[in-house]
Design a protein around this ligand. Structure first.
Ligand SMILES: [Zn+2]
Length: 467
């Protein structure tokens, strides 16, 4: 019998990692994600892998988000030289994500070492370097959706659209073990059927074993149309107040959704602002990748925005101005009213949004819109929770702006969508809940039992099962 080890994103949402070993000797790592969030997670990222990287035959990645791919350079740094399989669009996004992650590691370590030197402590080396990331990128093996590929002896993989971000995939894996073939389906991160651009997640009907993400296992999202109307109303109010609108957003996924929504408002005459600045070099590069893969967009959403083929997704919003250079970014500071400024980081932990906060957050006529989740301990969360001031760029900035959070823009399936997706499988395969906080998984587990009469298991970190 083959073995499956639950190594990461077990009873939590980051650090996805699963190991599949067949008796015929094939060894495949499914996901190599970084743990994110609290400081303690750093130690988890630094701990040695619980397997020997040199013995792996292949690595398979569901999508480019760092919590699914961010330890690939560390794996390569530890000597792994085999193939890394992902969809074509994911392979392109990985270049953006891994080089950025490596740069952050190098910069953070340099900063930390300055403090350590003053305390007489030995310097630390970064978790990985740009060189490791570049090596990992050389090992990519891009695959088309729906095409089956043998990733290791007796292990076939097919990627299906997951509808979460560009290139995101559900991973179907057939593992041959002596003369027995077992079919494992890993949901990856399943998209929200209401979010624009991406196709709805592909439904599958055959599996022996399913690993189901459960990020929002406890609830449904707010109605998408209500959220859009709320955003339109905020933009009208900001226009009446006369200030700028700041939107901290993740560079990949959320920013492109925003360009799409603002483009539709513009077409419908519902966008009173004069200019939208996209002040994020990474988001601008992500736009270029999204533009190249427009054939993967949901045709209805695409038709609603693009009456003629657009070469670049920026063309959807004629008043969008991209500001890649620091000079262009600083010039935005002179704009005191009538602009929407989209910048990273998504949780305000750094990046150019901090500079825009410095110039706007203390103004009563400014509006800040949070379109995404803000984790505990981040400046974004402090602002959402009503802090009267936040520390940013080594100074305290008063929060006088009007703060809004939008609940309906999640890129993850809500509870009903998870139930619907999993209900397509014939005769109840073994079901394991992953990628979720324990309380949310328990609610999903109970709902699965009540509505589908289906028993799901919640694995423990490090648990190993025979498949
Ligand atoms: Zn994701």
């Amino acid at each position: 019998m083959a073995l499956l080890s639950f190594l990461g994103a077990i009873q939590q949402v980051t650090g996805s990692c699963y190991l599949i070993e067949s008796r015929d000797g094939a060894k495949v790592l499914l996901e190599c994600g970084m743990r994110q969030g609290r400081r303690e997670e750093d130690e988890g990222n630094r701990a040695p892998f619980p397997f020997d990287p040199l013995t792996l035959d292949a690595v398979v990645i569901s999508h480019a988000h760092i919590d699914h791919s961010g330890l690939l350079p560390k794996l390569v740094g530890a000597g792994y030289r085999g193939p890394i399989f992902a969809t074509e669009a994911s392979c392109e996004l990985l270049e953006l994500m891994l080089l950025d992650a490596a740069q952050i590691q190098e910069k953070d370590t340099e900063w930390e070492n300055k403090w350590r030197a003053r305390q007489g402590k030995a310097p630390l080396s970064p978790l990985y370097t740009t060189e490791d990331a570049e090596q990992a990128l050389k090992q990519r093996r891009p695959q088309a959706y729906s095409a089956q590929v043998e990733v290791a002896k007796g292990v076939q993989v097919t990627f299906h659209e997951a509808g979460h971000i560009l290139g995101s995939a559900i991973v179907e894996m057939q593992v041959q073990d002596h003369h027995l073939t077992r079919r494992l389906v890993f949901s990856g991160d399943l998209g929200n059927t209401c979010s624009p651009l991406m196709h709805p997640p592909t439904t599958l009907d055959r599996a022996d074993l399913v690993l189901l993400e459960s990020t929002y296992g406890d609830r449904d999202h707010r109605n998408n149309q209500d959220t859009l109307d709320e955003l339109a109303e905020i933009l009208q109010q900001a226009h009446r107040d006369g200030g700028n609108v700041l939107i901290p957003a993740f560079a990949v996924g959320r920013t492109q959704d925003l360009i799409y929504y603002l483009g539709r408002f513009y077409q419908e005459g519902r966008l009173p602002q004069q200019a939208v600045f996209l002040d994020s070099p990474m988001a601008i590069r992500a736009n270029a990748i999204y533009s190249r893969f427009q054939h993967l967009f949901d045709p209805d959403d695409h038709a609603a925005i693009a009456h003629k083929p657009a070469r670049r997704i920026e063309d959807w919003l004629p008043i969008l101005r991209c500001t890649p250079t620091p000079e262009e970014s600083m010039a935005i500071n002179r704009v005191k009213s009538g602009a929407i400024i989209i910048a990273g980081s998504g949780m305000c932990t750094g990046g150019r949004i901090a500079h825009h906060f410095k110039h706007n957050l203390w103004r009563e006529d400014c509006h800040v819109v949070f379109p995404g989740f803000q984790a505990k301990g981040t400046p974004g969360r402090a602002i959402v929770d009503g802090a009267s001031s936040v520390k940013m760029l080594h100074q305290r900035i008063a929060v006088k702006a009007q703060i809004h959070t939008l609940g309906g823009f999640s890129a993850h399936a809500g509870q009903s969508q998870l139930l619907d997706w999993v209900s397509h499988f014939d005769h109840h395969p073994e079901l394991y809940l992953v990628h979720g906080e324990l309380e949310k998984m328990q609610i999903l587990q109970q709902t699965l039992r009540e509505r589908l009469n289906w028993i799901a298991s919640i694995p423990e970190p490090g648990e190993q099962i025979a498949i």
